[in-house]
Ligand binder design. Sequence first.
Ligand code: SAM
Length: 323
Amino acid sequence: MLDRWGRLHTYLRVSVTDRCNVRCTDCLPEEGVQYMPRKELLSYEEIARIVRVMATMGLRRVRLTGGEPTVRRDIEDLVRALGRIDGIEDISITTNAHRFASQAQALATAGLRRVNVSLDTLDAERFAKITRGGDLAAVLKGIEASRAARLFPIKLNMVVMRGVNDDEIVSMARHFLPHAEHTVLRYIEYMPFENRWHENVPAREMRARLEGEFGALTPVEESLGGGPARYWRAGPLTVGFIAPLSEHFCATCNRLRLLADGHLRTCLAHEDTPSLRDVIRSGADDARLGQTIRDIVRGKPAGHEAAVEGGRHFEGVMTGIGG
Ligand code: SAM
């Protein structure tokens, strides 16, 4: 799956639902969003078919996301079905981990290899505020269950928002030092979607704050997952920075996003049509489905124009896209 700019696409994020069990302030507007009617969601069979067709065109890695992927019923059935597809080498999940204490082992048994957990703060009260009702203790139990199920490395994603949680950049790293062997902490620049609800902290400033605690960070040369994060060592802990605003990585973007309603997004700043769900439900065979995917990938824009200040916003709502 090659685009006009020579980028090869081997990685797909699949949003399995736009529903979520929390309502984070970086992700959703205060008033919430209208969820899609269930019949508009891709079925597991439809997702597996799209992945199978993409696997014949070079797809190798799939990440399940949402909304919250663990709230979709029998999600381990989808993991199992994707694991049976020739060519798919890696299945992972991005989750808020609220339900993971009871689900991690079953998902690992079904073939899940790795987990990314969203964790913006270690203060229970602040956590409840940022997530509008989330339970930090449940998430920490979910992370423990991920360790027990050996879903390594466990990547923890902290979206950094100035004046909300940026005072925890260093303490978050300190907290996970005892688990440095199997944990990677990733700092993500807050991205403005439609509205700019929070102020951004550029990655370079985050690194400077960590250097105040750990001394010079040393760059990690080996690729850790092949995504957009740039990794460094802070003492024994590996830390990553995803900086879509201050350090654009569009030139090497290898990601595609399948939304819960079947739209294949090639870029966070660009809505693509048609929906693959509509193509499938119109009776298309695999050849036509494959051609549609190829055409959408070919149309991928060179990049986005979002910036730390000003610039353009990303399009859509994060909970519908899946991060
Ligand atoms: N519910 C799952 C979770 O919480 O991990 C998966 C979906 S969530 C939309 C995926 C990721 O997007 C999370 O790590 C979340 O923190 C991140 N995210 C949400 N809104 C964001 C924003 N405005 N800027 C940057 N990251 C964002």
